[in-house]
Design a protein around this ligand. Sequence first.
Ligand code: FEO
Ligand code: CA
Ligand code: CA
Length: 615
Amino acid sequence: MELELEDLGSNPTDNRPFEDIAGAYISRRGLLGGSLAVAAATFFTGTGVAGAKGKSSGTPGRGPATAEPLIGFDAIPLDDTDQIKVAAGYTATPFLPWGTPILPGAGAGRFPANAAEQAKRIGLGHDGMWFFPTTRSGDRGILCLNLEFGTNDHIANGTAMTPGTPAFVELSQAAHGVAVVEIERTTSGWQVVMGSKNRRITATTPVVEFTGPAAGHPLLRTAAGDAPGGTLNNCANGYTPWGTYLTCEENFNGYFGATGAWTATEEQARYGFSAGGFGYGWHVHDPRFDLSNPAHVNRENQGGWVMEIDPQRPSAAPVKRTALGRFKHENAEVVEGRGKRVVVYMGDDERFDYIYKFVSDSNWKSMRARGMSPLDHGTLYAARFADDGTGTWLPLTVDDPALAARFADQGELVTFARIAGDVVGATPMDRPEWATAGPNGDIFFALTNNSRRTEADAANPRSPNPDGHIIRIEDGDHVGTTFTWDIFLIAGDGASSGDGSTIDAEDAFGSPDGLYADPDGRLFIQTDGSQPNGTNDQMLVADTRTGELRRMFTGIPDGEVTGVARTPDRKTMFINVQHPGNGDPGVSSFPDYDGATPRDSVVVITKDDGGVIGT
Ligand code: FEO
Ligand code: CA
Ligand code: CA
């Protein structure tokens, strides 16, 4: 999501860590379960797992690779047309556009006629997603798809409904959230299955549960006693080795506003709440989003979490795991660390905000066997990057006297995790977006851009930073408190342009956002923001051993490329084109090309020879 209002930067602290440093499946009924046999098999072939260390020189420009090249396609040029383009030898096919029915009774038109129809269809803002196979072949499975947002204009253009009315607010709320949909590969391509697992979770329904330190906390309760419902601005995602989906709430603040007198608290200011919000206007017609309504004070604290969904149990309540902290979550990359502890790497997408990780207290299998979620019991850390290429994970716990002086308890701390990061002196970053784990355990983070940086540091080496960069963290066995890091690349028009970028001009790109490292070490890089000469957003593939980079896919004008899922054999990849033409039929009519309002859509990528994507 690249909106002017989303990333204003609400960190008022003056953390200067560099100066500081210079001085110095076992299923249990009632638990989210998933289908462990298939889940575990795919998890451990699909994500970085601790252990296989011994990476080669790796750093681009600092050493030759000795292995065979990983990238087998020829790069495509930048593009500015209203057509998706993919490398020769590949095919890209739209799938599951906005409005696709996934539940019975969804209505017949291309666009939903009202909120009730929208709640039975794919919504808007296709972003993070994951494919959970239900067959060994991977030809059938459950796709969990985040529906991050749709602007009022985009929704109105398609549906011809009028913004600023109660019915429109309900429609907009129904367009947000998550879709869980069974899909299968047929002789005519991937198709929706109207299966029993299909489900829509919207911005307001169903009732969700909270677990972890903030569960039941007064800060999450309203005077009206609202049952917490739904999920908002679901950006990117994660998935667990026990077969569940993690959906990450990002710019939740923008849906709240004030109809009456209201002054932001320190905490509300730190999370970017404002009287007008981002212009959705929900607060005008739904008092739960009205910051000035005393009956609903604290409703805003129910957003900004990582929420777990069991794709196999469509009637189970989604669970917000508060131990992972409340901030503008981008994604949640889960790896298995030493002692089978689960470790979750997360970014907070705001200018000058932080990188985090969560480490479970112990072995995830034994925790689940004892009826505990590994995501409820553990330690949350924020990252401090030193300019010598080392770093420290700073524990965010009230065992720290400095944090105990600020927070009454751990529930308050995780609810205002950003402020905890301020207190301990985490490093303000250039908008942390996705994290992904490479096959040797290296963690890559996209820092998308920061036009307001005035002072560079080693981890954010360009000021201002209009095009972003990717940082690489070597975090040992993942459960420790020290790490090393380097800059994998700096994006831009190319090193020869003098803009500080480290890539070749032919690979020019800006604003890295979505990342996915495959088990061979290919890093898929998706963009959301300004591209060279105003061209379309794109997806490139990097060889993480050599830094070689090739452009694989280009999107649609004013639409971002985001989200990655794949079948276990990696011969089908799903990505998304989000907000094509920013919803303006005068800019784009993707994917229908009949002059109607453009629709956010999944894009299925296959290789014509049936090979692994990227080869
Ligand atoms: Fe939803 Fe930071 O992208
Ligand atoms: Ca972005
Ligand atoms: Ca993003």
